[in-house]
Design a binder for this molecule. Structure first.
Ligand SMILES: *Cc1c(COP(=O)(O)O)cnc(C)c1O
Length: 427
């Protein structure tokens, strides 16, 4: 083992792995386009976009240039009492491209923090209105919203970490999994469980939080847009805010710029992250309506009139400059056609896996292709097999899935789907 891997194994934590008996890791030395280059010289076609983030591929000349130019000016400066062009341009761009009505932007450093900020906004909103009793959240099972405490508390109660941290996590409400997939005809029954919960509890509910249309790390499920439309109506009728966590889905991945657009809804609060900088740096944002911002800003005996949050690296200029370039690149690109082409190829080439022994479901939406197995896969073994096939695919649990960079060529995508077929045939 190289001394680098040796040190890594002894001293570095990797995500969701044992420190003493970790899964193997591979040393990557460079990345360009859709290819990762390993230290041993092997090249892998990237099927993961580094967890939804690297939508333009790696080492993109336009993003590199934006980073270099901003570095020459300043990489960081505090946002307390100062402002700068990268933040203002990015804020303007986000307001313009987001669902109508979302016009106040809070910049933060990661997706989980943007979820904390969204939850806090929801709580402070009702506090400011003198309705302190509205301090719980409602979500749906199978969700994932991040690893910090506020976010963890609304992750799926079984798949998440509720058991481990019980007694510390706030207790929220969980509606059943949405029993109507994106591609099925809409079944109004699918809204009943949710409707019952919100009707019975709205007086103590500050907000509903959910991932619109696609539930990511909690199970890679695609649910029907009518469900989301129904949730929006119920929230309006019962005076509960709607928080849409678009951290995974935002910026085109599902075939719409934001997944909320599938249902034509505007949330009251929206979280974005992951692809925001094209995968270059950690940056996220929480957008809210003017009404929320103004309510939080009213001074009263129950409310200080300030939103109580402010990270050190808020609106980091380097990250904002890269995000500006990344969003410009996205909007100037034929991203819709790219996603449609990816979807068509995955639809066609993954379909045959449905008949495969051990496979329980195959589903494709936009630039996301999922093969759900009946049993959890052996990640170490299957990852190695994928590497032997020249691809980077990182499964979790029963899910083997790809969400490649939007710029992937048809040939490289064939390579990914072929590798999935080959490897899953042998498991
Ligand atoms: C990844 C993710 C998060 C957390 O973002 P981090 O940047 O990892 O903190 C939250 N919500 C959703 C839907 C995500 O996919």
């Amino acid at each position: 083992m190289s001394s680098l891997l040796d040190f890594d194994r002894k001293h570095l934590w990797h995500p969701y792995t044992s420190m003493t008996a970790p899964l193997p890791v591979y040393e990557v030395v460079a990345a360009r386009g859709v290819r990762l280059q390993l230290a041993d010289g092997r090249e892998l076609i990237d099927g993961m976009s580094s967890w939804w983030a690297a939508i333009h591929g790696y080492n993109h000349p336009v993003l590199n240039q934006a980073a270099t130019e901003q570095l020459g000016k300043m990489s960081h400066v505090m946002f307390g009492g100062l402002t700068h062009e990268p933040a203002v341009s990015l804020g303007r761009r986000l307001v313009e491209m987001s669902p109508a009505g979302l016009e106040r932007v809070f910049f933060c450093d990661s997706g989980s923090v943007s979820v904390e900020v969204a939850i806090k906004m929801g709580l402070q909103y009702w506090q400011a209105k003198g309705k302190e009793g509205k301090n719980r959240l409602l979500t749906i099972r199978g969700g994932y919203h991040g690893d910090t405490f506020g976010a963890m508390a609304v992750c799926d109660p079984v798949g998440g970490m509720h058991q481990l941290f019980r007694g510390v996590l706030p207790q929220h409400l969980f509606a059943p999994l949405v029993d109507c997939s994106f591609s099925e005809p809409w079944d109004p029954q699918a809204l009943h469980g949710f409707a019952e919960l919100i009707q019975a509890n709205h007086q103590q509910l500050a907000a509903v939080i959910l991932e619109p249309i696609v539930q990511g790390a909690g199970g890679m499920r695609f649910y029907h847009p009518e469900f989301l439309a129904g949730v929006r109506r119920l929230c309006d009728d019962l005076q509960v805010l709607l928080i849409a966590d678009e951290i995974a889905t935002g910026f085109g991945r599902t075939g719409k710029l934001f997944a909320c657009e599938h249902a034509g809804v505007t949330p009251d609060i929206m979280c974005v992250g992951k692809a925001l900088t094209g995968g270059y740096l950690s940056l996220a944002a929480t957008l809210a309506t003017a009404e929320i911002a103004e309510t939080i800003s009213t001074v009263s005996s129950s409310n200080p009139g300030l939103f109580m949050h402010g990270p050190t690296f808020m609106a980091n200029p380097l990250a904002c400059a890269i995000a500006n370039a990344s969003l410009q690149l996205l909007l100037d690109s034929p991203w819709k056609q790219q996603i449609q082409a990816i979807e068509a190829i995955m639809d066609e080439e993954l379909a045959s896996l449905r008949e495969q022994v051990g496979v329980s479901d195959v589903r494709v939406l936009g630039g996301i292709g999922v093969v759900e197995m009946k049993e959890a896969v052996n990640v170490a073994k299957i990852q190695q097999q994928f590497i032997e096939q020249g691809v980077w695919i990182r499964p979790f649990g029963r899910l083997v899935y790809i969400m490649p960079p939007y710029i992937i060529s048809a040939d490289d995508l064939h390579h990914l789907t072929r590798a999935m077929a080959t490897v899953l045939r042998n498991t």
